[in-house]
Every structure is written in C-alpha cells, then in structure tokens.
Design a binder for this molecule. Structure first.
Ligand code: SAM
Length: 250
C-alpha cells in the first residue's frame, strides 16, 4: 500500500512515522508513506494556501488549487503516468483500489470495519485541512470520502491523519508479528477484548484470576469469552446489540 499525506505541516509527522510499528512497516516495505507539503503546489509567489471566505465570516479557507494540484502529483507519483493522472483530475476514484480522503469533522466516523476496507486499498491519499476548513469544491469534485475521527473539532487534519495511518497500517498483512493478535482484539465479533494480565501473578496482594494460571485452555477460553461479553454489555451496549442482531440475521 502507498499512503500520500497532503499537509501544510509535514514536520508534525516525524515522530509518528519514524517510530515503532509504523517505522518497521515502512522498512519491511509493507507500506510506503509519502508526505507532500501543500504549499509547494501553491501558484502564489508567497506560497499562500488560504484566503477569506466568500460571503464573509470568520477565519480563512484553504484554496482549492494547491490541493487539486497536490492530489494530481500524488496520483502521478504512484502511477508513474502524469497524463493519466491529469485526465482523472476532476473525477473520483470509482472502482479503483484507491481512495482520496479528506479528514473532516463532518465525515463518516472511522471505525474498525471501515479501517479493514481501507486496508485493502493500493493507494490512499489523505488531505489534511486547516483554518476554517477547505473550499467546498475539493469535497464535491475531488475527494471520494470524508473521514472523521470523532465528534469534536481539532485545529487541523494532521492528528486525524496520524490516527488513520496507525489504524490502517497495523491491519496490513505481515505488519504485526502475530497474525492471531488481530483476531482477538476489541471490535472483533462486536465484542470488546477480555482483560489481560502478565507477571507477577501477585502484585502487592492484587491477584491474577486463578483460571489464567490453571493451564486449562478450554476454561481460559470460556472465561475470556464471558469477560468479553460482560465488558461489552456494560461499556458498549450498542455494540453488543448490533452483534446480537447480526447473529439473528444469520
Ligand atoms: C478547525 S477544523 C475546521 C472545522 C470546520 N470549520 C467545521 O466546523 O466543520 C480544521 C481542519 O481540521 C481537521 N479536523 C478537525 N476536526 C476533525 C475531526 N474530528 N476529524 C477529522 N478531521 C478533523 C479537518 O481537516 C478540518 O478541515
């Protein structure tokens, strides 16, 4: 997979892209992550990327042109074919294994199900907004989807892009050491994960549940399933109910 990130603050990504699992995934060539500074695509002599909103109102709005040009560049880099990339400039990605995504509080909320779909793409282009937001024509004529990371407003799309990249990259085949670790985590089968413990078995009088020390794998599995159900019912009844509906539908 290739991920292109369009931002006016590429420096913000240094820590996240150059540490831990995301760093290793790039070294193992499971993912190629490329940063593009939107300012480099401005035609303004001062590399301006924003202006006042038509009709008045507070704040600044990001110009469409540098964003359209940056997306065109990211597409051309990936395909190695500038003409083809230019040709689809105003069309969406229809059917292609590629998504142009605008991080936006107005978008569809990112969840594990949509992350799994995204992890099947060949190329994802992420556009990070700033200021009051982005010219509406980018949303209407360029992007395939708007994605939100939650119902709150951040100053820019950089942190949401980092969340998105982290969430997707760990799902790519061969990125996490143990394949199984993806199968037993929260949201699989509409359940939250069971409680985890490690050594020591007794920490200052706080005991690990006896069943986990029993060596009886069937009992351990049973206990984990029960705990998962208990935790999900208590903390995320909505998630539990949608799991039940799925089972009933068969
Ligand atoms: C200050 S916000 C703009 C908010 C916009 N005026 C509104 O009310 O919808 C600037 C940028 O931050 C990003 N952003 C802010 N909150 C976000 C969220 N919850 N999820 C994804 N992106 C977000 C978007 O890229 C957005 O264009």
């Amino acid at each position: 997979m290739r991920i292109d990130i369009l931002t006016i603050f590429p420096g913000m990504f240094n820590a996240v892209l150059n540490e831990s699992i995301i760093k290793r995934a790039q070294l193992k060539e499971k993912v190629k992550i490329v940063l593009h500074n939107i300012r480099d695509f401005s035609l303004d002599k001062h590399c301006k990327v924003d202006d006042r909103p038509f009709g008045g109102g507070p704040g600044m709005v990001m110009h469409p042109e540098p964003i359209f040009r940056a997306v065109e560049h990211a597409l051309a880099c990936a395909s190695g074919n500038k003409a083809a990339a230019r040709k689809r400039r105003f069309g969406r990605s229809r059917g292609a294994k590629r998504k142009i995504i605008l991080l936006s509080p107005q978008g569809k909320r990112l969840d594990q199900k949509s992350a799994k779909k995204m992890a099947k793409m060949k190329q994802i282009i992420l556009i990070c907004g700033h200021y009051e937001g982005i010219d509406e024509r980018v949303k209407r004529f360029l992007v395939d989807e708007e994605v939100s990371i939650g119902d709150y407003v951040l100053t820019g799309g950089e942190l949401p892009a980092m969340v998105f990249v982290d969430c997707i990259v760990r799902l790519l085949p061969g990125v996490l050491g143990e394949k199984k670790s993806l199968h037993f985590e929260s949201f699989e089968g509409n359940l939250l994960e069971y409680p985890q413990y490690t050594r020591p078995a007794n920490y200052k009088g706080m005991q690990v549940p006896q069943v986990l020390l029993s060596g009886d794998h069937n009992k351990i599995q049973e206990w984990r399933k029960e705990e998962s159900i208990k935790i999900t019912k208590k903390r995320r009844p909505d998630l539990f109910r949608s799991g039940e509906k799925k089972v009933k539908r068969g």
